[in-house]
Design a protein around this ligand. Structure first.
Ligand SMILES: NC(=O)c1ccc[n+]([C@@H]2O[C@H](COP(=O)([O-])OP(=O)(O)OC[C@H]3O[C@@H](n4cnc5c(N)ncnc54)[C@H](O)[C@@H]3O)[C@@H](O)[C@H]2O)c1
Length: 248
């Protein structure tokens, strides 16, 4: 059965990718603060105007969209895929509270390849405790947040108890400690997304890199996540849960 979707951030770069790749008729409505009507479904400037019934909201907008989105989802018992990045601690707490009533899938990176990068990098960090770790990410010149949500997710996956994140080294006048994990952001052109976790040891280094060639992989990931989350009980879900279901 087709999963019916409300697409939040429909008119953005990612929203348009999702609209282009979704099964015909799957997207029943869009929401965007700057609505354009060049889709085969209506696009509303706010959730309060949506009249169509859906199973899932897929969000590729901004963290500011979260309060009305969660209010709508709770009221209508709609599952949610949160693909936007840059959430604050307060946002994360609001998501956890809403997940007591509705199923919410959240991932800063919906690529299955990045999921595998995270798993391999976490294992490499355990196997190479004396190596220095530096995360470098590259994105197009329109990206607003830095470092990327994916870089922060990779940091969380590889960090040890005493790890300290170091965002760039500008102005630092002391040598690097092994407990540091560097995070560095490069912005330019149309790069869809590159994430490299580098392990630097005595006389050798190991780079694990994922490159997104275009944005379609994130849109495919969002549609796969939407089909998955529509079938779940209330709670918070991540790529770990999706990967488990794909392997089962
Ligand atoms: N999870 C992933 O795999 C993944 C992949 C790519 C991008 N992203 C994230 O998705 C988000 C969107 O990326 P993009 O490149 O499409 O950005 P974009 O700027 O092209 O599109 C964002 C859209 O959201 C709309 N918008 C802004 N505020 C809104 C609000 N309060 N309510 C409703 N709509 C609102 C804008 O008008 C715009 O059309 C970013 O946070 C980006 O980091 C996540």
């Amino acid at each position: 059965m087709t999963t019916k979707i409300i697409l939040s951030g429909a008119c953005g770069r990612m929203g348009r990718q999702v609209a282009a790749l979704a099964e015909e008729g799957a997207i029943v409505a869009g929401v965007d603060v700057n609505p354009r009507q060049d889709f085969p479904f209506p696009v509303y400037p706010s959730f309060s105007l949506v009249r169509e019934e859906a199973d899932v909201i897929v969000d590729f907008s901004r963290p500011e969209a979260l309060p009305p989105l969660l209010a709508y989802a709770r009221e209508h018992r709609t599952a949610v895929v949160l693909a936007a990045t840059g959430y604050t601690d307060q946002d994360v707490a609001a998501i956890a509270a809403a997940a007591k009533e509705i199923p919410i899938f959240r991932s800063a990176n919906l690529s299955i390849g990045v999921y595998v990068l995270k798993a391999i990098a976490a294992q490499a960090a355990r196997l190479l405790p004396d190596f220095d770790i530096e995360i470098v990410e590259k994105h197009h010149n329109q990206k607003i947040d830095a470092p990327s949500g994916t870089a922060l997710m990779l940091y969380d996956a590889i960090r040890r108890q005493d790890s300290v994140p170091v965002f760039g080294r500008n102005g630092r006048t002391q040598k690097r400690e092994n407990t540091e994990i560097g995070l560095h952001a490069i912005r330019g052109g149309t790069v869809a997304g590159v994430h490299e976790v580098g392990f630097y040891g005595p006389g050798e280094s190991l780079m694990i890199t994922h490159s997104a060639q275009d944005r379609s992989l994130f849109a495919r990931g969002a549609l796969r996540s939407a089909a998955f989350i529509a079938r779940q009980a209330p709670g918070e879900y991540s790529m770990d849960d999706l990967a488990k279901s794909l392997l089962a």
